[in-house]
Structure formats: C-alpha cells, structure tokens
Design a protein around this ligand. Sequence first.
Ligand code: NI
Ligand code: MN
Length: 225
Amino acid sequence: MKITYLGHAALAIEVAGKRLIVDPFISPNPLANDIDVDALEADYILITHAHQDHIVDVDSIAKRTGAKIVSNYEIVTHYGNLGFEGHPMNHGGSWEFDFGRVTYTNAIHTSSFPDGSYGGQPGGFLLETKEGNLYIAGDTALTFDMKLIPMQCQLDFAVLPIGDNFTMGYESAVIASDFIECNKIMGYHYDTFGYIEIDHEQAKEAFSKSGKDLILIPIGDSVQV
Ligand code: NI
Ligand code: MN
C-alpha cells in the first residue's frame, strides 16, 4: 500500500491495484501548488465529512475519472443529486470493496456543506486490506471510540489530525495512538491555515517521548505501508 500526502487532509492511496483519493482539498491550497489535480487518477474518492477543506476538488476529480464516492449517506446523496456515482455508508458499517474492507468510523466534529446544508455526521475510515490495515481518523477530537479499532483489527499505519484548534492537536494524537495501539502515525490537517500551524520538531518530540514515530512528509511525498 502506498500513501501519498496531497496536503491538508488529502491523501492518495494505491492498494490492490486501485487508486483512492481521500478528502481532496488541493486547488485552493497554496502549500499544494506542486500537485496537479487534473493529473490525479482515482477509482474511489473517500470523503470523511462535508467541510469545504475536504471536498473542494471532489466534483472535478469525480467528473474526470468517474470515481465512485464513498462517504456517509448524506454526502453520497448530495453527490448523487449532482449525477455522481457513490456508495453510502454510516457509522460502524463495513463493506467489502474490490481493494479491501472499509468501515466508516466515529469522529467528534461537525459536518456541513459550504452552503450550510447538512452533511450528515462526520467520520473516519478504517481500511483492512491484504496490503495492510490503515486508519484515517478524519477531523476529530481524541475520543474513547478509538479504543474500538484495535478490537476490530491490528493496525499497520494510521493517519491522525495533529493541527489542533479544529481537531485534536499532536499531544492528544499521542494518546490516540495508544488507544488505537499503533506506533506508525502520519500527521495531517496541520499548517494549512494560521489556526493550525504547528512546530514540527515539538510534535515529533511529543511522539518520540512515548517511543513512537510521528511521520511528517512533504506534500507530494509517499510512504509505503
Ligand atoms: Ni472539518
Ligand atoms: Mn478540516
């Protein structure tokens, strides 16, 4: 499994020969200037919640690639009304896709579309695949529900928000990594706006004090799980 950081909370994942894009917010992000949205390939677009900083490029990518949208019922219905194909889910539900099993997990956050319309309840994704198990937390506070994840599967890798203010910060993310019983954590949802700028060295130190590794990669770079 290959995970590429597209900036903010956007990821590209290659697994089982399929290409997944998560929460594309690329074209308005000056830090992601080097990413060409029009060149991204996608079989699926996974959306954690309806906030603008997670959906801005969904329409253009879905239109160009025909990618199937995977999210909560309300978000998939929203895109269905615009003519896009999707697969609706809700919290705690799992589905076997052709790349692996996806569970829509709990997140403590909000979820409205940019026009204020209801975007369902926010979530995250658990991906169980033959190439490894990955948890993408989405925008969330630290929550005890994270303890349920290692009861379902042993994680190989997790992506957690660390930017604070709108989500948990890196100190809470250290506790989250204990809850999910995972030592390989990639941080996301940081530095994009003034509210979420962080000191990278302090964030890494908070993890290393707990014997854990916080992976912060430049936008456009990839990690192999
Ligand atoms: Ni959000
Ligand atoms: Mn966000």
